[in-house]
Design a protein around this ligand. Structure first.
Ligand SMILES: Nc1ncnc2c1ncn2[C@@H]1O[C@H](COP(=O)(O)OP(=O)(O)O)[C@@H](O)[C@H]1O
Ligand SMILES: [Mg+2]
Length: 155
């Protein structure tokens, strides 16, 4: 889908990736979130509702899927509603037909069609900490939407 050259360009430029490949327009807050995640090992976002956090997380999931080889992206949220009806649904909303030629979205998994077993994002509901344990890959992105005290996603 992306050429090697494009991957090298977009891997550290999530804002441009969202604009050019996902074809969405991140606002200032969202651009800031995207850039922080690209630059830091861990990013925590504290803010009110409706500013576009879950959307930014869904973009990050798609960006990481497209710009890293064999990534694993465990995703969680405090409730099934938040995880499936909001975050997981948001990913489907932004997967355009071009992205869908190579990436498959299902209720249980988002995966690269050529490598369903080791190139994916998965939703995991659990109140216990082990929901995100046991994933091994060179490129891991943990996404936690609506963490109870701070909202964070880490790279
Ligand atoms: N940059 C954007 N362009 C278009 N729609 C957006 C954008 N950012 C957010 N939205 C839409 O606004 C709504 C609220 O965003 P959301 O990410 O759920 O907010 P939050 O998680 O901060 O409460 C969602 O339906 C989402 O699709
Ligand atoms: Mg949200």
């Amino acid at each position: 889908m992306l050429t090697t050259e494009a991957i090298l360009y977009y891997k550290d430029r999530p804002v441009e990736f969202v604009q050019d490949i996902i074809k969405a327009i991140p606002d200032e807050n969202q651009s800031d979130i995207l850039n922080r995640v690209a630059k830091n090992r861990m990013t925590s976002i504290r803010s009110g509702h409706g500013i576009g956090k879950s959307t930014a997380l869904s973009w990050l999931i798609i960006w990481f899927m497209c710009t890293r080889p064999f990534p694993k992206i465990p995703c969680t949220a405090p409730t099934k509603h938040q995880l499936y009806d909001i975050l997981w649904a948001e990913i489907a909303k932004w997967l355009n037909p071009t992205l869908r030629t190579e990436i498959e979205w299902t209720q249980e998994k988002l995966y690269m069609k050529a490598y369903p077993e080791n190139w994916f994002a998965v939703p995991r509901t659990a109140t216990l900490p082990d929901a995100l344990q046991g994933f091994h890959a060179d490129h891991l992105l943990y996404i936690i939407d609506e963490a109870s005290r701070s909202k964070r996603c880490s790279i």
